[in-house]
Design a protein around this ligand. Structure first.
Ligand SMILES: NC(=O)c1ccc[n+]([C@@H]2O[C@H](COP(=O)([O-])OP(=O)(O)OC[C@H]3O[C@@H](n4cnc5c(N)ncnc54)[C@H](OP(=O)(O)O)[C@@H]3O)[C@@H](O)[C@H]2O)c1
Length: 229
């Protein structure tokens, strides 16, 4: 019997008009509901598999932008993709999460290429839950074209929004928002929008953040083990 092949999701928040995701190495807004959405989505364990932690895959710049001076995000396996950082050798067997000897890993696992990350995770599938690619631009641009990318969760941010870092501005008509990193276009021939809901159900913020959920079009989904070409 074929084991189901590995698949992953992309999670991102981008600005409505520009698909901007970052500025000067940080996320240029502060939207608590967006952060809560990210935490809940990436932390919640697969049904019936409470011992299998989820995996976050990120580029080097995003890993350095994480809170607490670029510390791995808790309760998830953090993988940093970089062609210049030394690789983690040997790559760990992730069964120590499921055999009860440890409940957390406090360091990044560093791997030199994205396809190598997927090959590694394929060998660890019995020990892990859901897999998320969390940015930034360079990694999104590569990951979105892999057939293993089955879902994209996007929070679309409409400006004006609360200013986070000067001189970033909130994007009123006179001062459009500034970005230096962007999410690639989502090709409607590859992904279909299946759900769109406001992240803030009530009040002033209601239409400022919209959660969109895209799925890869069925005929392109991976369901066998013929990966990584
Ligand atoms: N709004 C959001 O949802 C969101 C989410 C995440 C990040 N961001 C923002 O995005 C910005 C960072 O984006 P970015 O494009 O500059 O950086 P990035 O993608 O996080 O990191 C780029 C670096 O990661 C490595 N890398 C990426 N893809 C690779 C691949 N396929 N193979 C090997 N190495 C790879 C390379 O490191 P080496 O040079 O060492 O090879 C590359 O220089 C920040 O402002 C961050 O705050 C926003």
């Amino acid at each position: 019997m074929n084991t189901p092949s590995l698949t992953f999701s992309i999670v991102v928040a981008f600005s409505k008009n520009e698909r901007g995701i970052g500025y000067k190495g940080t996320i240029p807004w502060s939207v608590p509901e967006d952060m809560k959405f990210f935490r809940t989505l990436t932390k919640q364990r697969k049904n019936g598999e409470p011992n299998k932690p989820n995996v976050l895959i990120m580029g080097k710049n995003t890993s350095r932008s994480l809170p607490n001076g670029g510390s791995p995000l808790p309760d998830r396996i953090n993988i940093c993709v970089s062609s210049t950082l030394p690789e983690t050798i040997p790559l760990p067997h992730l069964d120590f999460f499921t055999n009860g000897s440890s409940s957390s890993i406090n360091e990044f696992i560093c791997i030199n290429s994205f396809s190598k990350v997927l090959r590694y995770l394929e060998t660890q599938q019995n020990n892990i839950g859901n897999i998320f690619v969390i940015g930034g631009e360079q990694l999104y641009k590569v990951a979105i074209h892999y057939p293993q990318c089955h879902k994209i969760y996007v929070n679309v941010i409409s400006f004006p929004f609360r200013k986070k870092i000067p001189p970033f501005n909130t994007g009123n008509e006179d001062h459009p928002p500034i970005f230096d990193t962007f999410f690639p276009e989502i090709n409607p021939e590859e992904y279909e929008l299946v759900e769109e809901t406001p992240l803030y159900p009530f009040g002033e913020q209601r239409n400022r953040v919209v959660s969109r959920f895209y799925m890869r079009i069925i005929s392109q989904r991976v369901d066998t083990n013929n990966l990584y070409v």
